[in-house]
Design a protein around this ligand. Structure first.
Ligand code: UD1
Ligand code: CA
Length: 450
């Protein structure tokens, strides 16, 4: 099995009109990752050695995502949309490379599991020329039907072309197919367009193979895996399935999710051991959480590395470029962006740390703001280790606060502060004895009695 070479062809030339969106269908995300990218990931996890993606004319954004996610994949353009078999043949040059197994998957079927692709490949290794994934549909309308007799797949009949009794057939066509490389082109070239839609149907491959005395086999999978996305409603349903899978995987890996159904994960979220995630936390792309960290409720986290034993939230916002060292604490209503917070440093309340570096064990008082933007450019704030920033200080970047330095509360700091110095950037307090009494006397008001 491992020695067999393989090519996966992903069909993604559809326009996706029913999404009612300017964005190409296969670029809509679930779990923070484009539909097509999920499919490319499943292919890679199934040990496929080469990938080809068939896209529509002018779909440069799709080509760009393929290059980013799977740089080795080849892109082919299907100039006219003349059916699924026609689309596969747009990748003829890749087929002619002569892989042992050819997998055909739809770019809008993101929940396909690598294990199912491996099962198809196993059927080919066992001698079949065609293998097809089928499922029992809750609502089978619109799907092709797999006609199976005595364990052999006899035909796939499109819903529109199927007889009433064929429509009763238990398994629906999920659209994922595997063809033995040595007979694939011979089969594909024989496919015609003599049907109601005058399209070249890939599904005809089954009857053609049988006509060539080759075997075809159906492999049953769960319906969830075969969910195709055509509408925003189906996108939302697929998101729910993806979230369930990700939560289950996190729980299996030992993460404590106190209320799993309220935690939103990303396909690339990474957790260490003994991480606790409280209810209502959102993880965006590129988040790593190390051992023993606790993420309190209502935190929103994207592009952040969270070190060992860190405490985040409740109500924290971590934006891209955040790196929190071991044991750091980021408390309620604190926003962090492009900032490194070294081990043991704390910003417990009401703070913005942007374009900053915070030294180990520094203490950032409530209400501290790094003023990183002057309307034209972004500037950095550097805070040394063990520094103490008094509450409600504005640090106007670019600015450096030395190690162990103190900033008096309410300061506006515009100049660098040396190590171990005290800086005060606020007006002195004035106290006028008896002033309030005199005011009340002037206005004839008596002092209120409690
Ligand atoms: C197809 C199957 C049907 C199956 C269903 C599962 C055929 C003939 N029918 O029907 O048996 O039950 O999927 O969802 O295969 N595409 C191209 N170029 C084309 C045509 C299609 O790239 O010229 C792509 C589409 O973008 C899509 C996929 O192929 O990703 C399937 O095409 P679609 O038109 O949606 O097929 P269905 O009619 O749904
Ligand atoms: Ca479809």
């Amino acid at each position: 099995m491992v020695t067999r070479t393989s090519l996966a062809i992903v069909l993604a030339a559809g326009e996706g009109t029913r999404m009612r969106s300017a964005r190409p269908k296969v670029l809509h995300p679930i779990a923070g990752r484009a539909l097509l990218t999920h499919v490319l990931g499943a292919i890679a996890d199934a040990g496929v050695t080469a990938a080809a993606v068939v896209i529509g004319p002018g779909q440069d954004a799709v080509a760009g995502e393929i290059k980013r996610a799977s740089p080795a994949a080849q892109c082919f353009v299907q100039q006219e949309r003349r059916g699924t078999a026609h689309a596969v043949l747009a990748a003829r040059a890749a087929i002619e490379q002569g892989a042992d197994d050819i997998l055909i998957v739809y770019g809008d079927t993101p929940l396909i599991r690598p294990a199912s692709l491996l099962r198809l490949r196993q059927v080919l290794a066992d001698g079949a020329a065609v293998a097809v994934l089928g499922f029992r549909a809750a609502d089978s309308s619109g799907y092709g039907r797999l006609i199976v007799t005595n364990g052999e797949l006899i035909a796939i009949r499109e819903h529109a072309d199927a007889s009433a009794s064929e429509r009763q057939a238990a398994l629906c066509n999920g659209g994922t197919m595997a063809l033995a490389g040595k007979t694939a082109l011979a089969i594909l070239e024989r496919i015609g367009n003599h049907n109601r839609k005058q399209e070249f149907y890939l599904t005809d491959a089954v009857e053609i193979a049988r006509g060539m005395a080759l075997r075809a086999v159906a492999v049953e999978v769960e319906e969830d895996e075969m969910r195709g996305i055509n509408t925003k409603k189906q996108l939302a349903e697929a998101e729910a399935v993806a979230q369930q899978r990700l939560r289950a995987a996190a729980l299996d890996a030992g993460v404590t999710l106190v209320a799993p159904e309220t935690v939103h994960l990303c396909a690339d979220t990474k957790f260490g051991r003994d991480v606790v995630v409280e209810p209502y936390v959102v993880f965006g792309e590129k988040v790593t959480v190390e051992d023993g960290a606790v993420i309190h409720s209502f935190s929103h986290i994207t592009g952040a590395h969270i070190g060992k034993g860190v405490s985040v939230g409740p109500f924290a916002r971590l934006r891209p470029g955040t790196r929190l060292g071991d044991g750091a604490r980021i408390g309620n209503f604190v926003e962090v962006k492009e900032a490194v917070v070294e081990a043991g440093a704390k910003a417990n309340h009401l703070t913005y740390l942007g374009d900053a570096s915070i030294g180990a064990n520094a203490n950032i008082g409530a209400g501290t703001i790094t003023c990183n933007y002057d309307g034209a450019g972004k500037h950095r704030t550097e805070i040394g280790q063990d520094a103490f920033i008094g509450s409600n200080s504005a640090l106007v970047a670019p600015v450096k606060i030395g190690q162990g330095a103190y900033i008096g509360s309410g300061s506006v700091i515009t100049q660098d502060v040396p190590d171990d110095a005290l800086a005060l950037g606020r007006s002195r307090q004035v106290v006028k004895q008896g002033w309030a009494t005199r005011l009340r006397g002037l206005k004839g008001l008596g002092k209120k009695k409690g």
